[in-house]
Write a protein that binds this ligand. Structure first.
Ligand code: DON
Length: 303
């Protein structure tokens, strides 16, 4: 496989999309992203790293961080996590409040915002520093010590994060948060505001391709836990577009409103793509198109 050529071809096909989508602006600092930025990287389990376009340029990882908070919370605390958060697709937008009341403050899954707040709360309880845990994991797995939260982006979200605050208070009223709401929100905004590149994220996602094993050979998760995270990524990682993503890409994946998408090729590698223009569900238009082109050309899929 000539990964370099595959990446360039996939990006070339994605560039033919009639429109690039809209850059997120509900977090004002994200509106400053370069709408023409586009990069893609693949990291393989046998040590290869390949990239094209803006693959080494850091961007705001936003909800891609939720893959790592989930993995770390499960690694630290085990299955008890699932008492406070479900693992069913929500069929609703990532920031929807609508199911929380009828489902007694238990969010549908760990990747919608409400579910991610619960995971952040548990990770904070288990480690004392949820954002530090995610940042350090990303630094170690990527080998890039410069991965860090962007305080300006986190502060920008905090000033406009009324929906997340509403969800957090609502879940606290059901006893589904163990830390003060303000601490949970601060850690959540900060891990969403981590800046990393396609290269960094593809490398950091490799533990799922290695069935739970970290870059140094130590085990973060059992093989079965890694399988389960991949399953929840497939069914819930791209929100109410998870069916369409599975149909087009056929891989577990996690998107973020910064325009990043990280997809896992179990046993083989991880691919990350970044283009800030989003579709209505909050997924990168060119990102999904490039992954679609890559998996269609190679036949890479879990199916
Ligand atoms: O809480 C939020 O709205 C953002 N920090 C993250 C949302 C997000 O990335 C959804 N992804 N597509």
């Amino acid at each position: 496989m000539d990964y370099q050529v595959l990446l360039q071809d996939a990006m070339e096909q994605a560039r033919r999309m009639p429109a690039r989508g809209r850059v997120a602006d509900y977090i004002p600092a994200l509106a400053e992203a370069d709408p023409l930025a586009f990069g893609m990287a693949i990291a393989t389990v046998d040590g290869g790293v390949f990239g094209a376009g803006d693959w080494q340029r850091p961007f705001s990882i936003q909800s891609v961080s939720k893959l790592f908070t989930l993995a770390l919370a499960l690694a630290e605390g085990g299955e008890g996590l699932w008492r406070g958060v479900g693992r069913e697709p929500s069929g609703n937008p990532f920031n929807s409040l609508v199911q929380l009341e009828s489902e007694q403050g238990i969010p549908r899954n760990p990747f919608i915002n409400a579910g991610a707040l619960v995971v952040t709360d548990r990770l904070l309880e288990l480690t004392g520093d949820a954002v530090g845990a995610v940042r350090d994991f990303l630094r170690t797995e990527s080998g890039n010590p410069e991965v860090a939260a962007d305080d300006t982006v986190a502060a920008s979200e905090a000033r406009h994060g009324h929906r997340n605050a509403a969800m957090a208070h609502f879940m606290a009223s059901y006893g589904n948060l163990r830390n003060p709401v303000d601490s949970v929100l601060a850690h959540y905004y900060a891990h969403c505001a981590i800046a990393a590149s396609c290269r960094d994220l593809a490398l950091a996602g490799l533990f799922l391709a290695r069935h739970g094993v970290r870059v140094d050979g130590s085990r973060l998760l059992s093989r079965s836990e890694a399988k389960r995270i991949n399953a929840v990524l497939l069914t819930c990682g791209t929100y109410d577009a998870a069916g369409e993503f599975a149909y087009r890409v056929g891989l577990p994946g996690k998107s973020g409103v910064g325009g990043g998408v990280l997809a896992v090729l179990p046993g083989r590698g991880a691919a990350c793509v970044w283009s800030p223009g989003l579709d209505a569900a909050g997924n990168s238009v060119l990102g999904v198109a490039a992954l679609d082109a890559l998996t269609t050309a190679t036949g890479w899929s879990v199916f």
